[in-house]
Design a protein around this ligand. Structure first.
Ligand SMILES: CC(=O)N[C@H]1[C@@H](OP(=O)(O)OP(=O)(O)OC[C@H]2O[C@@H](n3ccc(=O)[nH]c3=O)[C@H](O)[C@@H]2O)O[C@H](CO)[C@@H](O)[C@@H]1O
Ligand SMILES: C=C(OP(=O)(O)O)C(=O)O
Length: 436
């Protein structure tokens, strides 16, 4: 079984470069299939498992995708299929982001229902509400969502009941090719939405207001492929900020954009971490002692839910009682049990976790229950006594490029191995885990 093995106790120092953002590149690649002419050349595309999945989704639809290093070229000018089957959607929920582009371009889209996942039920009712407001007929059955419209989608006024990142993106992409004007209200304001709007506008769309709660879109008749550079990954940056802080190190994260990380910077400063905004990135200097604080996750510009588990790892090392409240996803505390295996003192109370710090963390075998939980366990392992073994690495690979190697370069005692478990060894070869 593949594992990350980390031995705690090393201070991290040096420079690490931010990758392009997973949550920006996935909608951008989904949007690339709206272009009925020209190629899109996308730069700073991170080499992530999720990027491979979205590329497979659009290739399956007959788009031409070419990957060279961190540049991905998409030519979607051929006639495309309008269906995304379950094999892709099961791997990655963001596959539903092809609904809007397909519906806008072809008047038809069929995508497998994503279903729930480890962090919550994650419905997509707000995406569908937007498509219906634009004249689409949406049916859900046999595990699929099918949306259809005769002729073009019609511009409409849509009020989102919750500020959803995916719904804002999906409906914004659909509206880009709709007939007339669309006004989206109570939109999510994440930087990745702004990046998508910039890309759409370069393709010839007319989108105004992305990054605020009201987005106005004047539909156009066609979009053309263009060149675009993906913004840096604020969650990857935040994760390395915690790595520096938790080990009392000094790390420059090159390419980081402080304006995307205001809430994270401010909470870490409250905990005593020194943060310097430099010309080419963010420098983080960890203190000798961390102070406790309270955090509530919220839609942007509030504290990001995708940084909740990593901050919990930091709080475990702070002196005093910290409270972390998760308001975005109803079940994003799976890492609490795993932290407990490392001797962490925490208690779940409803949607909050009470962290009694400092915990004297001890290495243990723990499982990455989701992407950010996995990263957080590695972070805790950086300061735990002895060896921490993190399993279920497929989650970490969805969102981090060369996570182990980057930490190693900063001085961590860490490696990724294919380790045979004792009980695996005891089995006859024919009974090995891979065949169970
Ligand atoms: C690929 C991507 O960009 N993923 C991010 C995106 O996920 P994603 O776009 O799936 O998350 P949303 O912003 O849609 O979800 C926010 C909240 O809205 C709810 N909701 C959402 C849609 C809907 O139709 N109905 C509804 O009730 C969700 O259950 C959740 O409670 O934003 C999340 C919140 O910042 C991040 O954690 C994910 O990393
Ligand atoms: C929850 C996350 O991503 P996704 O929406 O792709 O599951 C994340 O990036 O932490």
């Amino acid at each position: 079984m593949e594992k990350i093995i980390v031995r705690g106790g090393r201070q991290l120092n040096g420079t690490v470069k931010a990758e392009g953002a997973k949550n920006a590149v996935l909608p951008v690649i989904a949007a690339s299939i709206i272009a009925s002419e020209g190629k899109s050349v996308l730069h700073e595309v991170p080499a992530l498992a999720d990027v491979t999945t979205i590329n497979q989704v659009i290739k399956h639809m007959n788009a031409d995708v070419h990957v060279e290093g961190n540049t991905v070229t998409v030519d979607a000018s051929r006639q495309l299929e309008t269906e995304a089957p379950i094999e892709y959607v099961r791997k990655m929920r963001a596959s539903v982001l092809v609904l809007g582009p397909l519906l806008a371009r072809y008047g038809h889209a069929k995508v497998a229902l994503p279903g729930g996942c480890a962090i919550g039920s994650r419905p997509i009712d707000q995406h569908l509400k937007g498509f219906e407001a634009m004249g689409a007929e949406v049916t859900v059955g046999n595990g699929y969502i099918e949306a259809e419209v005769k002729g073009r989608l019609k511009g409409a006024k849509v009020y989102f009941d919750v500020p959803s990142v995916g719904a804002t993106e999906n409906v914004m992409m659909a509206a880009a090719l709709a007939e007339g004007k669309t006004i989206l209200e109570n939109c999510a304001k994440e930087p990745e939405i702004v990046d998508l709007a910039n890309y759409l506008n370069k393709m010839g769309a007319r989108v105004v207001g992305a990054g605020t709660e009201t987005i106005r879109i004047e539909g156009v008749e066609k979009l053309t492929g263009c060149e675009h550079t993906i913004i840096p990954d604020r969650v990857e940056v935040g994760t390395f900020m915690v790595a520096a802080a938790i080990t009392g190190g000094n790390v420059l994260i090159e390419g980081a954009m402080p304006e995307h990380l205001r809430s994270v910077i401010s909470k870490m400063e409250e905990m005593g971490v020194a943060i310097q905004e430099e010309e080419n990135g963010i420098r983080v200097i960890g203190p000798e002692y961390l102070k406790a604080t309270d955090i509530k996750t919220m839609p942007h510009p509030g504290f990001p839910t995708d940084m909740q588990s990593q901050m919990m790892a930091l709080m475990l090392n702070a002196t005093g009682t910290s409270v972390i409240t998760e308001t975005v996803f109803e079940n994003r505390f799976m890492h609490v049990e795993e932290f407990r295996r490392m001797n962490a003192h925490l208690k779940i109370e409803g949607r909050s976790v009470i962290v009694e710090g400092p915990s004297f963390l001890q290495g243990a075998e723990v499982a990455a229950t989701d992407l950010r939980a996995g990263a957080a366990l590695v972070l805790a392992g950086l300061v735990a006594e002895g060896y921490t073994r993190v399993t279920e690495l497929k989650h970490i690979d969805r969102g981090y490029v060369a996570f182990t190697e980057k930490l190693q370069q900063l001085g961590a005692d860490i490696e990724r191995v294919n380790e045979v478990d004792n009980f695996e060894e005891e089995l006859e070869p024919s009974e090995s885990l891979s065949t169970l």
